[in-house]
Ligand binder design. Sequence first.
Ligand SMILES: Cc1ncc(CO)c(N)n1
Length: 215
Amino acid sequence: MTWTDQAWNSIQPIFKKTISHPFIQELMNGNLPLEKFNFYIQQDSIYLSSYGKLLTRLASKFKDPEHSRAFIHIAGENMDQEKELHKSFIKEIELDIEPSPACELYTSYLLKHLAVSPVEVALAAVMPCFVIYQKVGSYIYKHQVKGTNPYQAWIDTYAGSEHVESVITATRICDEIAKSCTIEQQEAMLNAYKTSSRIEHMFWDSAYHLEKWIV
Ligand SMILES: Cc1ncc(CO)c(N)n1
């Protein structure tokens, strides 16, 4: 079994909770309150600008230049597409929005791995960003009742072929790198993958509850 298959299998309990979360269910049914979706999009804009920079820095750490090139390509194309999507939902992104606790946790968690962990662990930590969005996108696409959904453009982006292509490339690179790792290194990768999957869940949950700093 490939490392990415093993990682994906290991987070099934988390993923099942994610797709049954009211944020995802209401997004799928089109009845998610706009206020919650807007909160999510605003926070995701903050997340994405940090994530885009992180991906290019991660790319520069790979030993194989082909891996670096492919990742830089993903960072550029993917980020452009996602930012366009955000702009289509929010005409003027408010610039003075603070990151929510969950957003701060996620960006800081990924940056921590980039700063202090071996490259394979930092890569494992970003894999759920690719995979979970694609799986959530295709889950919604498959199960939604066709009709008008105000969030259809969001669903189509993550279920769509461009995002799928990025996921396939990132998965290939991750498996090539994992293959030359020891069992211990692969374990450390699994831990980072699991934590990111948990935070992905928290990110949606935080939007659903319009999360605030308690002080
Ligand atoms: C929080 C989060 N994770 C992953 C993605 C997909 O890149 C996204 N847009 N936002």
